[in-house]
Design a protein around this ligand. Structure first.
Ligand SMILES: [Zn+2]
Length: 364
């Protein structure tokens, strides 16, 4: 790639709203945003991570990319101060170390031999661990003693997903970063919603009754159906340990926004989410939120967009387990033969939602 030509002025599928958020993170030099995007400076042909200590460029010279690969494909070079290209190398190193640790049975981890096995210095290994996981290798080794974690890694899960799953990431960079990236609050709840206080309201919509359940931090469930009692019992089944109460007025703004979206209207306001989810589910759901109104994607297209072309079935499963229909528009995912595939709330509703959105976007 010719390093001096910059081809397109703006990056693919980054909306002005997202770009505005990225710019805020850039101005704040927000470390939590590192890894979720890079900023490329047209006047210097350099790209940086959001937290780069260098002087902020002018907004009009900045293009955002979700990945450093995209920036490099457009001819930008990595900044020598913030070294945005090193994150990937650290991830790979930590991944390799984790496989080592997961296979071993030692009581205590000896950093020296581990680094030697991996062909790096102790300092490099420690820095990579802190950067990627927020844990020292020793702390990670403790985590690895937990059976589930070990099993997940052996089954091929990514270290970041496994950290997330077992809750070990709760104090880690990875966790913060994923969180910042997704606009979702951390899943601090235990299974079953223990410790969660959920209020719900039921409203009418063009696709039947819509139940919206939320905590103070965001929306936790959006269900569609006919009978109110069935919707409420579905909610209790999903969160058997949560404190659940009817709260018709508390979350009015969110309910109104969701009902409008069931009418095929474009989003008017951001909807914060407060969910329990694995890292993979979060990635899929975020990808679904990028499908524009009036369009659909196939499961394979979503898998490819996530950089995991073979994870089609896992994507389908994440769609099927989406707890916040409409807000995460899983109804916009269809089979590659054009068939609608399934929908938790019935195919008729899926069809209706898609028809409405197509009409709305055609007249917009
Ligand atoms: Zn930089």
């Amino acid at each position: 790639m010719n390093a001096t030509t910059i081809k397109t002025p703006s990056s693919s599928n980054i909306t002005p709203a997202v770009a505005a958020r990225y710019w805020q993170a850039t101005l704040a030099r927000d470390r939590r945003a590192d890894g979720s995007f890079v900023l490329a400076v047209r006047s210097t042909h350099i790209y940086c991570r959001p937290s780069c200590p260098a002087r902020r460029p002018l907004r009009r010279n900045v293009t955002f990319f979700r990945t450093r690969e995209e920036a490099e494909r457009q001819g930008y070079r990595a900044c020598l101060r913030c070294r945005p290209n090193e994150i990937a190398a650290s991830v790979a190193l930590v991944q390799r170390a984790a496989v080592h640790l997961a296979g071993g049975n030692e009581e205590a981890v000896r950093l020296g031999p581990l680094a030697e096995d991996l062909g790096v210095t102790e300092a490099t290994l420690r820095r990579a661990f802190l950067q990627i996981t927020g844990l020292t290798p020793r702390q990670l080794a403790e985590a690895l003693r937990i059976q589930r974690f070990k099993k997940m890694l052996r089954a091929g899960s990514k270290i970041t997903d496994a950290l997330y799953e077992t809750g070990f990431g709760s104090s880690s960079r990875v966790y913060e970063r994923s969180n910042a990236q997704l606009g979702m609050t951390p899943a601090t709840y235990q299974k079953g919603g223990k410790g969660m206080k959920l209020g719900y309201a039921i409203a009418k919509s063009p696709v039947g009754k819509v139940l919206v359940a939320a905590t103070d931090r965001g929306v936790s469930a959006v269900y569609l159906g006919e009978a109110e009692t069935a919707l409420v019992s579905e909610l209790r089944k999903e969160y058997p340990l949560a404190e659940i109460a009817e709260a018709p007025d508390t979350y009015q703004r969110w309910v109104r926004e969701i009902v409008q979206r069931t009418e095929g209207k474009p989003p008017q306001a951001d909807l914060p989410l407060d969910l329990q989810a694995t890292a993979f589910q979060r990635r899929v759901w975020q990808e679904l939120q990028r499908i524009p109104l009036g369009s659909t994607r196939t499961y394979s297209q979503v898998a490819r967009a996530l950089g995991k072309p073979r994870a089609v079935r896992a994507v389908a499963k994440a769609c099927a387990t989406n707890p916040v229909s409409i807000v995460v528009p899983c109804h916009r995912v269809v089979r590659s033969d054009g068939n609608l595939a399934g929908y938790r709330w019935g195919l008729a509703r899926k069809q209706h939602l898609l028809d409405q959105e197509r009409r709305a976007s055609a007249t917009a």
